[in-house]
Design a protein. Structure first.
Length: 134
């Protein structure tokens, strides 16, 4: 069984530039998928007749690249919650219990956390050492 990685706030913040790169590449591949979707649907509907598509290999390549980037993020110990918004969770120990630090693409750093069963809607601001919101 794989050992779970726990992030400090600083460690999670240091991963943000890498996540931004992955999500930028994922977005580029999503553009390919969306632009080729209709052509792929047509080819798929004619597959039993030997139909095909000139964009089929690029479509598959884009899917593989997205999968690769998600795998890379997961290998770093980060949990991708939503590809469209770039929502990610970082396992974190807070007061002796597992919670998630929460980050969304476009946010400058880690400022939120939530209980493992709460999700995005249950996000709460992280507090600094003086007890103030970050």
């Amino acid at each position: 069984m794989e050992e779970r990685r726990f992030f400090t706030i600083a460690e999670a913040s240091s991963v943000i530039p890498v996540l931004e790169e992955h999500f930028e590449k994922i977005r580029k591949e999503q553009v390919v998928i969306v632009s080729d979707r209709d052509e792929i649907k047509k080819a798929s509907s004619k597959a039993d007749l030997g139909g095909g598509s000139t964009c089929g290999s690029r479509y598959i390549q884009a899917l593989e690249q997205i999968s690769h980037h998600i795998d890379q993020i997961h290998e770093d110990g980060v949990v991708v919650k939503d590809l469209e918004t770039g929502l990610c969770d970082f396992p974190h120990m807070m007061d002796g219990r597992l919670v998630y630090l929460c980050w969304k693409l476009g946010e400058p750093d880690i400022r939120w956390w939530h209980e493992t069963d709460a999700g995005f809607a249950g996000r709460q601001p992280l507090r600094n050492e003086q007890g103030e919101d970050r």
